[in-house]
Design a protein around this ligand. Structure first.
Ligand code: ATP
Ligand code: MG
Length: 431
């Protein structure tokens, strides 16, 4: 993509209600624009990030055999009346009346709808287990929408629902999801900390929350240091669940089961939440199957959420400096920037275009900064939008046979001989 042809409306000043760094940087980098309280338009750069996050989430779900589908945003109130949540959900639910006076709502979550779909088609234990998910916009009329996309009213969530014959099997599904969640966050370059959690209005008796570490996070976390060095290839959910981890108000120094030198204290942001809630919805919404003996059994369910749009903000909270965003490679909107400092110079432009077509041919999503603006603005903007690797082409360097390569995450610039540039960049991109 050529910068001059791409819409990245970077801005200097942010509105005063942008309190936290990710909110400020998303506005400054031209990723989002608020449309009304807690509701945002995702501008091209923001959307690229959102899609990269979504794709990692999707791949890790598909890897454990979950099936993607898509349920509507607008739901009829009927099923919610049956489950008892139409009243329970209170003012967080956006209620809508259609032209014939039917009560509808903008879905804050999908337990009711998915249970109804399940019970329409599945009648035998032979068809279990099933795990269905979608990645869809939700609406919750939060009391205090704030922190940009981190607590929006409209937000993108990945939600799964698992269906099993009994509690024992449901826990296998739960643990598969647990593992997929840890992998998902690790792939984004984040450090996930899983904690035992309250089940809240969803109900049930087993739940974990997933927080990612960020100095600016809302919660203070106390956890076993082992949780900071997980190997994605050998994750054991039972073992992971046995490590100590607690939020501030659960932690008691005198009762803490691990040694002081093994205890880490950091701040975190909640990005995922999983629940096993047994037969709560299947009983109310008639999701029964026949077991081996022909007996009718209410299916055991779990639900599993990841805040896809919240992750865009959380990733920035975990990866930034005073110059802007430092995207981890896996979610960066562009993996590489080619910054042509002298577009008027024939040699610089030839070299820049050369690299651009070369890396694009290798399917590396590259931003070619061909803009006719000051050198300072170019360097600043590329740091602000956080491209992990930047090839900076200047006239003097070029005639000396060198090119500057900038590693945004390390905040390090190195001068490399022209012949070595491609190899060096590819190595960096794959590291
Ligand atoms: P919270 O305690 O933050 O309100 P929750 O318990 O209501 O979260 P869930 O219903 O479990 O959240 O939703 C699953 C995930 O969706 C959360 O872990 C979070 O990442 C995301 N999420 C929830 N509410 C919002 C929101 N208002 N804006 C953005 N993301 C959200
Ligand atoms: Mg909530």
């Amino acid at each position: 993509m050529k910068y001059s042809e791409f819409f990245i409306p970077t801005v200097k000043d942010v509105p005063s209600d942008a309190e936290i760094i990710s909110h400020k940087l998303m506005i400054k980098a031209g990723m989002i624009k608020q449309s009304s309280a807690g509701i945002y338009s995702w501008l091209p750069l923001g959307l690229k990030v959102l899609k990269n996050i979504e794709q990692i989430v999707r791949e890790e779900q598909d890897n454990v055999g979950a099936n993607e589908m898509l349920m509507p945003t607008i739901q009829s109130a009927d099923l919610w009346i049956k489950s008892g949540r139409y009243d329970d959900y209170g003012k967080e639910m956006l209620r809508i009346t259609d032209r014939s006076g039917r009560e509808m709502l903008y879905g804050p979550t999908n337990e009711e709808l998915i249970t109804d779909i399940f019970q329409t088609y599945i009648t035998s234990y032979k068809e279990l287990p099933k795990n269905l998910y979608h990645i869809q916009w939700k609406f919750r009329d939060e009391v205090r929408p704030r922190f940009g996309v981190m607590r929006g009213r409209e937000f993108l969530m990945k939600d799964n629902y698992s269906f099993d014959l009994n509690e024992e099997k449901a826990k296998i599904s739960y643990n598969n999801m647990f593992k997929a969640y840890i992998k998902t966050f690790l792939r984004m370059g984040l450090t996930p900390i899983s904690l035992r959690a309250e089940t809240g209005p969803i109900g049930g008796n087993l739940s974990h929350e997933f927080q990612i570490l960020a100095n600016t996070g809302e919660s203070k976390l106390y956890y076993d240091k082992e949780l900071e060095s997980l190997d994605p290839e050998s994750l054991d959910p039972d073992k992971l669940q046995s490590y100590y981890a607690a939020v501030d108000d659960q932690h008691d120094e005198n009762k803490c089961p691990i040694k002081k030198e093994d205890l880490k204290i950091s701040r975190g942001i909640e990005v995922g939440h999983i629940f096993y809630f047994g037969t709560k919805y299947s009983e109310k919404l008639n999701a029964y199957v026949q077991d081996q003996n022909g007996k009718k059994i209410a299916v055991h369910m779990g639900s599993y959420g990841i805040g896809v749009s919240r992750l865009a903000g959380a990733l920035i909270e975990a990866n930034h400096d005073e110059k802007g965003i430092k995207w981890p490679r896996s979610v960066a909107p562009f993996k590489l920037s080619i910054v042509n400092l002298m577009p008027d110079d024939q040699n610089c432009t030839t070299k820049a275009l050369d690299y651009y077509s070369n890396f694009m041919n290798q399917k590396i999503d590259t931003l070619y900064d061909d803009r006719d603006c000051s050198v300072g603005k170019k360097l600043k903007d590329n740091d602000l939008i956080g491209t992990p690797i930047q090839i900076i082409i200047g006239k003097r360097d070029l005639s000396a046979g060198i090119i500057e390569i900038r590693d945004r995450q390390l905040d390090l610039s190195q001068k490399i001989k022209i012949d070595d540039v491609e190899k060096f960049v590819l190595q960096k991109l794959n590291s």
